[in-house]
Design a protein around this ligand. Structure first.
Ligand SMILES: [Zn+2]
Length: 468
């Protein structure tokens, strides 16, 4: 797979450092409110990279953080309030109750959108010790300093500061924002907090060598990415808005602490706009995943819709296009059911040359910096191809769906009925189980599996469904 690296500004081949397992870290949600579909488009990026890596035969270790402390309302100046505290005050809950509520909502939304499970969801407040240890390392190495119970990163101690975002020290000096309130404790106005002294009314605080306080937002991603993926890992994802300051600061922290580059490839996703504006709560133009279903749209159709735009580009969300994608997904599922009725889907070893050519083109597209618009073109050509028999078309789409995640076989699965022979085997097996003749029950199970079925033991007896 090739991906565009935001740091070197070039498309490059991504090869796992250990040759086998792609290690991916994705900046996850700050759980102080519901995520909107623009946020979810960004989280789909890590999922898509993981899916393509598996499709290409690699192992994947995917880690996503959950931010539940330290993310301030103004993350460029360390001023403002902690978003968790603010939400707690608004809703009359504790910050931990806020985190639990919106973490659960996030998982519900991502499942609805076919975003697979990460291997690890690491929560910031579970890793305060890791963040304190990293902060202490940075102080010891001369990259950070303490003033009055807070610890700041000294950007001038890291000459490469700005290499990701272009906000270099020279640039920052030139563009010095006079209108901002500059923290008098900072040596340089771009220095940022690793640890902040807790104010008198602060609910979330922890003991530290510098007194009671709480971590800055950026330190959690350095601490947790290296804890779960080591100090050299392959891919780091996030939205374009995280390049600065969040990822710039993460680079300064991680590389300052270990003395070498940590991330192989930085991948950033474009914004989702609605009516020409960035989707943001402040702009009052957000759409949630649950609203899609309320409007009669399958949330997976939003996935299909996003595939029409390269992940790096901004995408404009329009309801007419959303409804069009929903229609298109239904049609694809209906075609799959028709092809399923015509016969079984053959394995890749039996595919015709035409089918193999489509497979190759699809693989080229998804491996080429996630060119999903092109992948969807290949999909459409398969659907209408006269050169590929129906069974092979279904086999191709089932295979593509490992990347697309559109549940294309849903209608075929729901329309399917067991044959009379299968039904009689199921009754025989239930009779054998009732008679505690488990050897016979197992033998019948094997026969059903041999017929391409999945066999499940439900409370009211055996149920079967077709595999693939
Ligand atoms: Zn992060």
């Amino acid at each position: 797979m090739r991906l565009y690296d935001s740091l070197t500004r070039e498309v490059r081949q991504v090869v796992p450092a250990d040759g086998r397992t792609l290690r991916v870290y994705s900046c996850g949600p700050t759980v102080y409110r519901y995520a909107h579909i623009g946020n979810m488009r960004t989280f789909m990026l890590g999922d898509l990279i993981a899916r393509v890596a598996r499709f290409e035969g690699l192992g994947v270790r995917w880690v996503m953080n959950i931010t539940d402390v330290g993310h301030m309302t103004d993350d460029t100046s360390d001023t403002g309030r902690d978003k968790m505290d603010l939400a707690a005050a608004d809703e009359g809950l504790t910050p931990f109750e806020i985190a639990a509520k919106y973490t659960a909502a996030f998982h519900e939304d991502r499942r609805a959108l076919g975003i697979g499970d990460a291997d690890v969801y690491c929560v910031a407040t579970d890793h305060i010790d890791d963040m304190l240890a990293l902060t202490r390392t940075l102080v010891d190495k001369g990259h950070a300093y303490e003033v009055g119970g807070s610890v700041y990163y000294a950007v001038e101690s890291f000459p490469e500061y700005g290499k990701l975002s272009g906000n270099t020290l020279a640039q920052l000096k030139a563009g010095h924002r006079q209108e901002l309130e500059i923290d008098p404790n900072k040596r340089h106005h771009a220095d940022f907090a690793l640890w902040k002294k807790a104010g008198p009314n602060r609910l979330m605080k922890w003991a530290s060598p510098w007194g009671d306080g709480f971590p800055g937002w950026h330190i959690e991603c350095s601490a947790m990415s290296m804890r779960y993926l080591g100090d050299r890992f392959d891919v780091h994802t996030g939205g374009n808005d995280l390049k600065f300051p969040h990822h710039e600061d993460e680079i300064a922290q991680s590389e300052g602490a270990v003395g070498h580059p940590v991330v192989g490839t930085w991948v950033h996703g474009g914004f989702l706009q609605q009516a020409g504006q960035k989707m943001a709560k402040s702009a009052r133009n957000i759409t949630r995943v649950t609203e899609l279903a309320d409007q009669g749209v399958d949330p997976l159709a939003f996935r299909l819709l996003t595939f029409g735009t390269r992940y790096r580009s901004e995408m404009d969300f329009r309801w007419e296009a959303m409804e069009g994608a929903n229609e298109r997904l239904s049609t694809l599922r209906r075609r799959m059911a028709e092809w399923a009725a015509a016969g079984p889907a053959p394995g890749p070893e039996a595919w015709s040359e035409a089918a193999r050519a489509f497979d190759g083109r699809f693989r080229d597209a998804v491996g080429d910096d996630l060119d999903m618009p092109q992948a969807v073109v290949v999909l459409s050509e398969v659907v209408t191809s006269a050169a590929v028999p129906p069974g092979e078309r279904r086999a191709l789409l089932l295979s593509f769906d490992e990347v697309l995640g559109l549940d294309l076989d849903r209608e075929a699965r729901e329309a399917w009925e067991p044959t009379a022979e299968m039904r009689s085997l199921v009754s025989e097996r239930d009779a054998a189980r009732a008679a505690r003749d488990f050897a016979a029950a197992d033998a019948i199970r094997d026969r059903l599996v041999g017929m391409g079925l999945e066999v499940m033991d439900a409370a009211d007896g055996t149920t079967v469904r077709r595999r693939g």
